[in-house]
Design a protein around this ligand. Structure first.
Ligand code: ZN
Ligand code: ZN
Length: 87
């Protein structure tokens, strides 16, 4: 599968996987900076920049944001330290 640009370090080594034991959400891992984020696949929208429906909602331990895998735009939704994601 193709890697994406990591929103954290901007290197093309961002990869997703599904591991039901770790999380019900899609897990994104960066092979370069070890950044990890979770994607809720039910949250998808058209990117405000490129217009494609490739913008997903990602969440890491510090923030939640929209990330477009096509043009690599990120838009912070909220920052919430210690906020546990509930589906
Ligand atoms: Zn990275
Ligand atoms: Zn876009």
């Amino acid at each position: 599968m193709a890697t994406q640009i990591c929103p954290n370090c901007k290197v093309d080594s961002f990869n997703w996987k599904v591991d039901e034991e770790e999380s019900p959400l899609t897990i994104w891992d960066c092979g370069n900076c070890n950044y990890r984020a979770f994607e809720n696949e039910s949250d998808e929208q058209n990117c405000s920049k490129c217009g494609k429906k490739t913008e997903s909602k990602l969440k890491d331990d510090k923030k939640e944001y929209w990330w477009c895998s096509n043009c690599n735009t990120t838009e912070i939704i909220k920052t919430a330290p210690n906020n546990v994601y509930k589906k």
